[in-house]
Design a protein around this ligand. Structure first.
Ligand code: 0O2
Length: 267
C-alpha cells in the first residue's frame, strides 16, 4: 500500500489517540485540582507503527481489507496506575463515560498470560470526526500498574529481538521477574493508605501555597506595599513551620483580607 494511503487509513486513529489522551490527562488534572487522589498516574498513546501492523497481519493472517475490523489496537492508549486497586477504578471510570463504549475486556491482571504479562485491556468503540465525516473506530486501552508497565516494556523489547522464540532460560527469568512484580505491587498495596495520605497532604500543601501566592500577588495591585510585604513575611514564617493546619488557617485569614480589599474597591 502507498504511504499516502497508510496515512489516510491511520489518520482517524491518530485523532482518536490525541483526543483520548487529552481526555484521560484531564481526569488527572481534575482530581489534582480538587485535592483528590487520581487513580490514573500517567497516560500515553500511540498509533500502531506500520512495521507492527505488517508483522501482526502476517502473524494473524489478516488481509489488508480486514485491518480496521480485525486489528483492534491500531489506536492504543496506555494508562498507568500506582496501585493494583486503582485499575478497577479506572475500568469503572471508562465504563461510566458516554463518549465511548466498551466492546469487550481482557483481564490479564487476574489471568496472567503465559509470558508473565499482566495488564487489563479494554477494547472500546470511539467516534471521531474528520474531513471525511464521522467514523466509529476501535481503540485498545491497556491499564496496568507502573510496576507491570516496567516489566511489559522490557519484555516487549525482547520480543523484537527474538520474535516468538525467546530462549527458555530468558523466559524463566521473565516469569520470575513477573512474580517479583506481583509481590512488589502487593507490598505497595499494603502501605497504600500511608502513601496516599502522604501524597494527599503534599498536594493540599501545593494547592494552598498556590492560592496564597496568587492572593498575595493580587494584593500588590490594591493594598499598600508595606502591608503586603508584612503578609509575605508572615507567610514565610508559617510556611517553615511545616504545619498544614496553620497554613490552612493563614490561607483563610488571607482570603478574608483579600475579600475586604475587593469589597473596598467595588464600593
Ligand atoms: P504492539 O507492538 O504493542 O502493538 P495475541 O493474540 O495475544 O498475540 P491480541 O489478540 O492482539 O494478541 O491481543 P492481546 O493479547 O490483548 O495483545 C494486545 C497487545 O497487548 C499487544 O499488542 C501488546 O501491546 C500487549 N501484550 C499482549 N501480550 C503481551 C506480552 O506477553 N508481553 C508484552 N510486553 N505485551 C503484551 P501487539 O500487537 O502484540 O504489540
Amino acid at each position: 500500500m502507498e504511504i499516502q494511503l497508510w496515512r489516510e487509513l491511520l489518520d482517524p486513529y491518530q485523532l482518536a489517540v490525541d483526543e483520548l489522551t487529552v481526555k484521560f490527562e484531564h481526569l488527572i488534572t481534575e482530581h489534582k485540582k480538587r485535592g483528590l487522589y487520581s487513580p490514573i498516574e500517567a497516560v500515553d498513546g500511540r498509533v500502531k507503527s506500520i512495521v507492527s501492523i505488517l508483522d501482526k497481519m502476517q502473524r494473524k493472517d489478516i488481509s489488508m481489507n480486514d485491518i480496521e475490523e480485525k486489528m483492534e489496537d491500531l489506536a492504543g492508549i496506555r494508562i498507568t496506575c500506582q496501585f493494583v486497586e486503582d485499575i478497577d477504578r479506572v475500568v469503572n471510570l471508562i465504563k461510566n463515560r458516554n463518549d465511548m463504549s466498551v466492546k469487550y475486556e481482557k483481564d490479564y491482571v487476574s489471568h496472567m498470560k503465559d509470558s508473565g504479562y499482566r495488564s487489563y485491556h479494554m477494547i472500546i468503540v470511539y467516534p471521531v470526526n474528520t474531513i471525511k465525516g464521522a467514523k466509529l473506530i476501535n481503540a485498545e486501552i491497556q491499564i496496568r500498574t507502573m510496576a507491570m508497565d516496567f516489566w511489559a516494556t522490557l519484555e516487549h523489547s525482547l520480543q523484537y529481538k527474538y520474535k516468538e522464540n525467546i530462549p527458555e532460560h530468558i523466559k524463566k527469568k521473565l516469569m520470575d521477574a513477573s512474580n517479583a512484580i506481583m509481590e512488589l505491587d502487593s507490598e505497595m498495596s499494603d502501605v497504600r493508605d500511608e502513601i496516599m495520605d502522604a501524597q494527599n497532604s503534599h498536594r493540599m500543601k501545593e494547592n494552598l501555597v498556590k492560592d496564597i501566592l496568587s492572593n498575595i500577588q493580587n494584593l500588590y495591585k490594591v493594598a499598600n506595599q508595606k502591608e503586603v510585604t508584612k503578609i509575605q513575611d508572615e507567610f514565610y514564617k508559617v510556611y517553615v513551620l511545616d504545619d498544614l493546619t496553620q497554613l490552612q488557617h493563614f490561607a483563610r485569614q488571607l482570603d478574608i483580607i483579600s475579600e475586604g480589599y475587593r469589597a473596598q474597591s467595588l464600593s
